[in-house]
Structures are given as C-alpha cells and as structure tokens.
Ligand binder design. Structure first.
Ligand code: SF4
Ligand code: SF4
Length: 467
C-alpha cells in the first residue's frame, strides 16, 4: 500500500517520542466485565449484502437540524451533500441512487426525526466534488484543514455529535494538548479497538492534522491498558512512518470514554464540574473522528461510512462492520446472521449508556458505534428497590464527585429545585456507575435524569418570565 506520509516537508512540532506509559488514576469509576470476546478479534468487514436503502437522519448533530437540499426523485451520487444546517454542517449521501423519500423516520436516540431516504443503486458512483487526494498534507494550513473537515460533515463520533470544525475553531490557540480518546470502556464495544489495529496510520495522521488545526503541541492517543496490542500497533506505525505523537495507556476503568476522565488520566489535570477541558488546555476527540479527519483531509472523502460493532448473546455471528451511514439496524442484524434467540434488550451503544431500540428500522448515524442485542441472562437479575442504607458507594464511584443518594432523598422530599442545583445535578453525565454499585438497587441514574429535568424546566420558566 502506498504510504500516506509525505516524504518531505516539516513535521508538526509535537513530541516525536512514542511513549507507552500509564499515568494518573481517575477518581471514581468501576471495573466492568468487558464482554468483548465476541468481536475483539473480528476484523472490519463490509456488509455481505448491501442495504437497498439508507436513511440519512437530519437530526444527529449538536445544534439545529439539517434542511434537505435535494428533492424526492433526485439522482444523487455517493458523497454528494443532501442536507445542511445554518451552522454549515453537511449530511452526505452514503450511497449513490435516487432520493426515495424525505420524511419522519425512527431515530436511534428515540422517537422520530426527519430523514432523507435514498434507494441504493449499488453502483457507488462517487460525487465529482470528492475524492481529491492530497499527498503532502503537512503543507496544509490550519484554515485549510478546518475547511476540509467542515466540507466533510464530520461530527464527534463518540456520541456527542458536535461539529468537529466548530470545536476546532472554538478551541483554537487555547490548548496545548490534544487527546484522541480510544479508551473504549463500555462493555461489548470493540469498534475503536479494531480501527486502531487496522487503520492505525489513518488515526495517527488524523491526530496530527487535528493538532495542527487547533494549535496543540502535544498529541496523544489514549488507549486502555487492556488493549496493549493496539498500543503496540500504534507505536510501530508511528515509528515506521515517522509520525509525531504519543501513545498513552490509561487504566481500564469505566467511564474513561468521558472527556474529563481521560484528560485527568493522561495529563493529571483535574477539571472541576463548572469548567471544561479547554480551561485546562486540553481538547479531546474520538478515535473514529480522527480517522474520519484523515479520510476527509488526505483522501478528500466526506463522512459516509463508519465502524459499528454488532454483538450480544442473541446474535448468531457478532461482527465489526464497516457500513454506510444510514444503514437500517435490521440490516446489521442480518449481517450478523440474525437472532439465534429473541433478544431481551437491543441497545444502540453499550449497556451502560446505550439507548434501547424498539424499532430496528432506525438507521446507523454518525455517532452509532454499536448495536448490542442482549439475552435475559446478560442483563442480570432485576431486583426490587429497597431503602438506602447510606453505604456511600454511589458517592465513591461517581466520577463527577456528585452525591446521588442526596439527590434521591431530595426527590423523595418533593424535589426542591434550589437544593437540586446545589447538588450540581446538571453535572451528571449519566454514566450509570451509581446504579451499578447500589446494594439497595435504587435506579440512581434515572433519579439523576429526573432531577435534571426538574432543573431544566425551572430554568425555562425563569427565561420565560424574565423580560
Ligand atoms: S449506593 Fe445506594 S444504598 Fe449506598 S448510599 Fe448510595 S443510594 Fe444509598
Ligand atoms: S450517573 Fe451521574 S451521578 Fe451516577 S455515577 Fe454517573 S455521573 Fe455520578
């Protein structure tokens, strides 16, 4: 394969040393049974049979929903923009074909959302506006990199969905450290792990492009300590290609996918609840996002495909699939051999923070990293809620330094909004660690969500009455 590394030109001023070290421990979190055996050795594979249609959701980005720029009956090419929003975020056709429908469609986050449905002609005709490769990517300016990222419609692929170009512009000149977070701490999910093993050069080039775009001088890929093979592959690739950047192993602990936790683990910098990573000079991107940046900037390809782990005890043949965005979930189930037993729960995302799916017509979005189809025994026994025994476990595992037991108590007393604010309920990131450890089986994460809703409603009312 031709190297994508320019042979001449300046390198970025990030550390050349490839350093695999374990650094700082995070506060809280839990050890989980990884359950990754089903797919961690499964290489990325295309769908055996392509989906006849793709459903491109127009509501998956942070900010306003996108508006279609095509009409029903239009012929579209792969990579052609089909919708955009006022912030300039684009959605591209992930296959070539005909626009079949524009309307409401089930969304993996629940409910429905507007989508552009394309009937796949199976020809993969590439849009003329994409596919222009840049051999010497080192010569690009920060503005040029950000512009190509924007044109490619890249958003945070770890779940956030925030437009990457906007994030780079907001953080530009304010950070010294850029972390590509490949700590995939959710059980079952191995999508990023396989990406690191099989597309390491692209991830490292993406890291360097992101560093240049945002002005960071230290580029780090954070890999969990239970994925040392990925760390070794990255090290070898970085040395072989002469790419700057560091590989840092972080403790295998959930929830390391969260931004504040990975910053603490890699740099030792603690981010207090009212501050963001940028306030401590750091910015974090997901590994899949870094790879998408490489594809966009170096190969000129918009974000039209992603890796999805399709797994769980209910499936015949769990796999890691490289699929067009918009592929319906039921096509993923087919590609994994179908159900050998009826699943008790199907989740988009991992079992800790994933969203239950009741309609498999919902499509893969830019931030869908997995489809987990679980049997009853995988869910564990559901036990009755009893009274809080004040053991303090929910406090000791909360990575956000919150006190879920007090929030639960406050809700039972009627839910005084001032008190809920004082308890910083809005800082809860819904990781579920508190529920997981509670010996009284109190659904604390649901209580936190309930409290957040109460605070949000009160805030809305306040805005309405303020002249
Ligand atoms: S973990 Fe459960 S029982 Fe223990 S203090 Fe928290 S809410 Fe109470
Ligand atoms: S769900 Fe919220 S309250 Fe519970 S441990 Fe996670 S961050 Fe803390």
């Amino acid at each position: 394969m031709r190297s994508i590394i320019p042979q001449t030109g300046p390198r970025l001023a990030v550390q050349r040393e490839v350093n695999t070290t374990m650094l700082h421990l995070i506060f809280g979190g839990i050890h989980l049974d990884g359950r990754k055996e089903g797919t961690r050795r499964k290489p990325l594979a295309d769908l055996d049979v392509e989906s006849e249609q793709v459903i491109l959701s127009l509501s998956e980005h942070g900010g306003a929903a996108c508006v279609p720029v095509v009409a029903v009956g239009d012929i579209v090419a792969q990579g052609q923009p089909v919708a955009k929003n006022e912030q300039g975020v684009l959605v591209h056709a992930s296959v070539s074909g005909t626009v079949q429908d524009i309307g409401q469609w089930p969304h993996p986050r629940g409910g429905t959302a507007q989508a552009v449905v394309i009937r796949n002609d199976g020809k993969h005709t590439l849009w003329p506006g994409c596919g222009q490769e840049i051999a010497d990517w080192n010569s690009l300016t920060a503005d040029q990199i950000i512009d190509r990222i924007r044109q490619a419609g890249i958003v945070g692929m770890g779940g956030g969905g925030y437009p990457t170009a906007n994030k780079l512009e907001t953080n530009r000149g304010q950070v010294d450290t850029l972390i590509v977070n490949a700590a995939e701490s959710e059980p079952y999910v191995t999508a990023d792990h396989r990406l690191l093993l099989e597309r390491s050069e692209g991830v490292l080039v993406g890291l360097n492009l992101l560093c240049k775009a945002v002005g960071a001088t230290d580029g780090v890929v954070a890999v969990e300590s239970n994925k040392l093979n990925a760390a070794e592959v990255l090290e070898r690739t970085a040395k072989r290609c002469g790419l700057p950047g560091r590989v840092c192993t972080v403790p295998s602990r959930y929830p390391l996918g969260a931004e504040k936790q990975v910053v603490k683990s890699v740099t030792g910098r603690e981010i207090s609840p009212d501050r963001a990573a940028v306030d401590e000079g750091c910015v974090v991107f997901n590994a899949a996002t870094a790879f998408a940046v490489y594809e966009a900037v170096v190969k000129g390809l918009p974000l039209t495909h992603r890796v999805v782990t399709v797994t769980g005890g209910a499936l015949v043949r769990p796999r890691n699939l490289w699929v067009p965005i918009g592929t319906p979930m039921n096509e993923l189930v087919k590609a994994a051999g179908g159900f050998k037993e009826q699943p008790a729960l199907i989740l988009a995302g991992g079992p800790m923070m994933g969203v239950a799916q009741d309609d498999l017509a919902a499509p893969v979005t830019k931030s869908t990293n997995s489809l987990v189809c679980m049997l009853d025994w995988e869910l564990g026994e559901k036990k009755e809620e009893t009274v809080c025994i004040r053991c303090g476990r929910c406090v000791s595992v909360c990575p956000m330094h919150l006190m879920p037991l007090l929030v639960d108590k406050e809700l039972k007393l009627g839910g005084d909004v001032r008190e809920l604010r004082r308890l910083h309920t809005q800082d809860c990131m819904g990781c579920g660690c508190c529920t997981y450890v509670c010996p009284s089986h109190i659904p604390l994460v649901e209580r936190m969500e309930q409290a957040q809703q109460l605070v949000k409603q009160a805030d809305r009312k306040q805005v309405e009455v303020t002249p």
